[in-house]
Design a protein around this ligand. Structure first.
Ligand SMILES: Nc1ncnc2c1ncn2[C@@H]1O[C@H](COP(=O)(O)OP(=O)(O)OP(=O)(O)O)[C@@H](O)[C@H]1O
Length: 240
């Protein structure tokens, strides 16, 4: 389980995270929406231990990631651009990544993980320099599968993906949640958030303005709520 407990963070006097609290249970998907500069990536960076909060706690399974007993084991981060070794193929990249995590995996295990992502078998032996963004993401997701990620942090994973690749990505992430991962995704993509999330947080200027239960929420209500909260205006225009 992933939990932010009263997190605060400032950069030279400017408060960019303001008393942020939320929980993501195992098997649950939470999306964070918010304008540029709202503090979404900073939140992920605190969980990744790239940044230290000024106060509050970032907990994984109840353990503060910034404490001496904090561990990033079972946590997988998928950045917007999955940067792997361009000259290696998918299988060699995954073997190498697994070895960095102290795992020895067979080619059969790697292929099984890549099967789950739907990466074409013919592409797996090609170097990543020929891959599209969607294909690279499949390799990143395959790593989460190999690592048996309990917590997955995703930073704008669908930006630049075409609609079919977005839908494919959504289906793969759903499978990871069904296997019990707690998933926190930062996105600007209403469609993706609405299709995927159990709950959606809307952030502005470091503050979580609302946490919506997405299960019964129509997409236009989500869009209107977002625009009303962020800019004070409804997204739906009056017919002229
Ligand atoms: N290392 C840093 N030093 C100083 N300011 C920073 C640093 N990292 C982030 N900020 C500032 O913190 C605020 C929040 O940034 P953050 O990247 O978390 O926003 P975001 O919601 O992820 O935005 P975007 O949607 O554009 O990615 C911004 O004002 C940003 O300029």
């Amino acid at each position: 389980m992933l939990e932010a407990k009263n997190l605060n963070k400032s950069f030279s006097e400017k408060q960019v995270i303001n008393d942020l609290s939320f929980k993501v249970e195992q098997g649950e998907i939470m999306c964070l929406l918010g304008a540029n500069g709202a503090g979404k990536s900073t939140t992920l960076n605190i969980f990744l231990n790239f940044l230290q909060p000024d106060s509050g706690q970032a907990l994984i399974d109840g353990v503060n990631v910034h404490s001496s007993s904090g561990s990033k084991e079972k946590l997988v981060y998928l950045p917007e651009q999955v940067n792997l070794y361009q000259e290696f193929n998918a299988i060699d990249n995954l073997k190498y990544l697994a070895s960095l995590s102290g795992l020895t995996v067979s080619e059969a295990q790697i292929n099984a993980a890549l099967d789950e992502t739907g990466l074409e078998p013919g592409a797996r032996s090609q170097s990543l320099k020929n891959y599209s963004k969607g294909m690279r993401q499949k390799v990143g997701i395959a790593f989460a599968i190999i690592r048996e990620a309990k917590v997955l942090l995703l930073d704008e994973p669908t930006s630049g993906l075409d609609p079919s690749a977005t839908l494919e990505f959504i289906r793969i992430v759903e499978q990871l949640a069904k296997k019990g991962a707690a998933i926190l995704m930062v996105t600007h993509d209403f469609y993706c958030a609405h299709t995927l999330a159990d709950k959606i947080g809307i952030m502005d200027k470091g503050t979580l303005l609302t946490l919506l239960d997405n299960k019964q929420l129509p997409l236009n209500t989500l869009e209107n709520t977002y625009h009303e909260l962020i800019s004070g205006k409804s997204a739906i225009r009056e017919a002229s």
